[in-house]
Ligand binder design. Structure first.
Ligand code: AGP
Length: 608
């Protein structure tokens, strides 16, 4: 999705803008640009492709000025090209805008503006904003923005500058995130916190229907109708290094390695001698006892965490759990009411389908708990209750540390429910809590033991175009995540199957040398999985197994074994996925793919 950055202060703006845009690369983009006001004119520089192209342009042109706006564009209206890259300006060149999201009525507005004599250069919906500002401006940019907002329809955020008032930036948010960073004699604005974290950790998060009027020494928050808004300053406790690569070649590898620390942070204060302690959730005991059904709704990796969550909650709490893909849930008239608890899961907290599902569930009377990573995100703000993942910024498009934190969220939420609904005895609870406390160190051990061997045999993956992941029970849910990880970053076609289902069709695809990754971590169904592995071995598949330490039997059926430490059967998922993340990473790297920004994908999917 697109990224916005703005700066107003006393430093050279160009460098701050390009640097901020780099921190937003994870959102996905196909072109980029900045506009810097030099005291007389706004110099606009735009490029197609990677930000390094824009950085080169900045080096050559050396734009001078202490106020500016910048943007990374992920095309929605009009192809990725120079004319369509932001910033866009009006006929006079005196108004410049950058914009995220979609202006739904832009075609109609564009025709009207053309009739009135405005000249358009791009195919974008964004350009109407610049012309509307030109049309409505009567000496006050805030008023022109308000009139523009009253004219447009859609889901968007935009940031505007005019040479008529060069000491001012004005931005508005409607369904697309914006964060204001507060400095001393300087102000920042961006789509996400990492873009400004280097300069300040004091921020305001804008809500839908709000705008901000920035000058060097003042930040005025208001509704789009002009009513003043009071907001507490949020102090972000991420340090700038947390948003950088810290010496790793890619963000994904760094984020895989960060998992033990991230999970320790997740657990801090949430476990005590009595069990699970979730202060941030303010359910009453009566409320938690009344729920007769749980829905988990999410997309992609977050959805896969829900598939594991279903096993865990159903086993520990004995409540039926349905897991839905958010884009399906919202259109299928789901059977939910006040006795249903809905859990939405989203790393970014901005995924459009998940947000719509949340609203759908609330509209039908259900209470919604969000498991999310981003404080102040739309999902966090709209959910009735929030359990934060606390993993710090996840930059790589492929989700890793957020996924394991989502799994952890399901584990402890299930224990929390089991505690309150008394489906869990104190002994079982104590066992589960002690198993959970071991997990961060067990992940450290897996990375130390398995990374090198995975690097070696990932080499062989460079030759394949297809791979299969199989497992039963919780292992099947993990197989789905392992398969998604491999395909999204290495572009190897991968499928996950319930191991027992292979012989009902898919086995026909298994021939000599076909890579099969078999998960065999579930003791209660171990023999069954072993038989399924034999089925693919008999067709001369190349088998890599993920199994529990001490399992010597598996060596007879697999070409490679990636061991994980033993834990409770319900919690193996969080350990088993680590090797699959590493496998996907090294396969992608060795195939020469863009690991952190795979083709066609974006980190935060804020359109339907
Ligand atoms: C993860 O590797 C994917 N890139 C993707 O499936 C992601 O999990 C999905 O888009 C949901 O994102 P969210 O967690 O931010 O809602």
């Amino acid at each position: 999705m697109c990224g916005i950055v703005g700066y107003l202060g006393n430093q050279e703006a160009a460098e701050i803008l390009v640097d901020g845009l780099k921190k937003l690369e994870y959102r996905g983009y196909d072109s980029a640009g900045i506009a810097v006001y030099d005291g007389e004119n706004s110099k606009i520089l735009r490029s197609v492709g990677k930000l390094s192209e824009l950085a080169k342009l900045v080096d050559t042109n050396q734009p001078v000025g202490v106020v500016g706006i910048g943007h990374t564009r992920w095309a929605t209206h009009g192809k990725p090209c120079l004319d369509n890259a932001h910033p866009h300006s009006d006929c006079t060149g005196k108004f410049v805008v950058v914009h995220n999201g979609i202006i739904e009525n832009y075609l109609h507005l564009r025709e009207e503006l053309i009739e009135e004599g405005h000249k358009f250069i791009s195919e974008t919906d964004t350009e109407v904003l610049a012309h509307l500002l030109e049309k409505f401006y009567d000496g006050d940019l805030v008023k022109a923005v308000q009139k523009t907002v009253a004219t447009i329809k859609g889901a968007y955020a935009f940031l505007a500058f005019t040479e008529h008032e060069p000491d001012r930036l004005v931005a508005v948010r409607e369904d697309s995130p914006l964060v204001v960073g507060l400095g001393e004699g300087e102000q920042f604005i961006a789509s996400d916190i990492p873009a400004i974290l280097k300069h300040t950790n004091r921020v305001y998060i804008l809500n839908d229907g709000e705008m901000v009027d920035l000058s060097r020494d003042a930040v005025k928050l208001m509704t789009v109708k002009g009513e003043p808004v009071k907001r507490e300053i949020l102090t972000v406790d991420w340090n700038p290094e947390m948003a950088e690569k810290s010496g790793f070649e890619h963000f994904m590898l760094k984020e895989i390695h960060e998992q033990p620390e991230a999970l320790r942070r997740f657990l801090t204060g949430r476990l005590n001698e009595k069990g699970v302690h979730l202060e941030e959730l303010n359910f009453t005991v009566e409320e938690l006892r009344k729920y007769s059904k749980i829905f988990v709704v999410a997309c992609g990796t977050a959805y896969h965490s829900g598939l594991v969550g279903k096993y865990v909650i159903e086993q520990l709490v004995r409540i039926p759990v349905e897991v839905d893909i958010a884009s399906e849930f919202r259109y299928r008239s789901p059977l939910i009411d006040k006795s249903t608890l809905v859990i939405v899961v989203s790393q970014s907290g901005e995924t459009a389908d998940t947000l719509a599902a949340l609203r759908e569930a609330q509209g039908r009377g259900a209470r919604v708990v969000a498991f999310t990573n981003v404080v102040g995100s739309t999902i966090a703000r709209e959910a009735d209750q929030v359990l934060y993942l606390r993993v710090g910024p996840e930059i790589a498009v492929a989700s890793t540390k957020a996924y394991t934190a989502m799994l952890m969220a399901f584990y402890i939420f299930a224990l929390y429910l089991g505690q309150i609904r008394e489906t869990l005895g104190s002994e079982d609870l104590a066992k589960a809590v002690s198993a959970i406390k071991e997990i961060p160190a067990q992940i450290e051990k897996i990375i130390v033991n398995n990374e090198e061997p995975i690097k070696q045999f990932a080499e062989r993956f460079t030759q394949f175009e297809d791979a299969f992941f199989i497992g039963r029970g919780v292992d099947y849910a993990v197989a789905m995540e392992g398969s998604l990880k491999l395909k999204e970053i290495s572009y190897i076609h991968a499928e996950a199957y319930a191991a027992g289902e292979l012989k009902h069709g898919t086995l026909a695809l298994i021939i000599e040398g076909t890579p099969v990754i078999a998960l065999a971590t579930q003791k209660s169904i171990y023999e069954k999985v072993l038989s399924n592995i034999q089925e693919v071995r008999a067709r001369e598949a190349w088998v890599t197994a993920v199994a529990l330490e001490g399992d010597e039997e598996i060596k007879k059926s697999a070409d490679h074994v990636l061991y994980i430490p033993d834990t409770l059967e319900l919690f193996t998922s969080i350990l088993a996925i680590i090797s699959l993340q590493l496998l996907a990473y090294y396969a992608s790297k060795l195939r020469g793919c863009d690991v952190d920004q795979p083709r066609n994908l974006a980190k935060s999917v804020t359109v339907e």
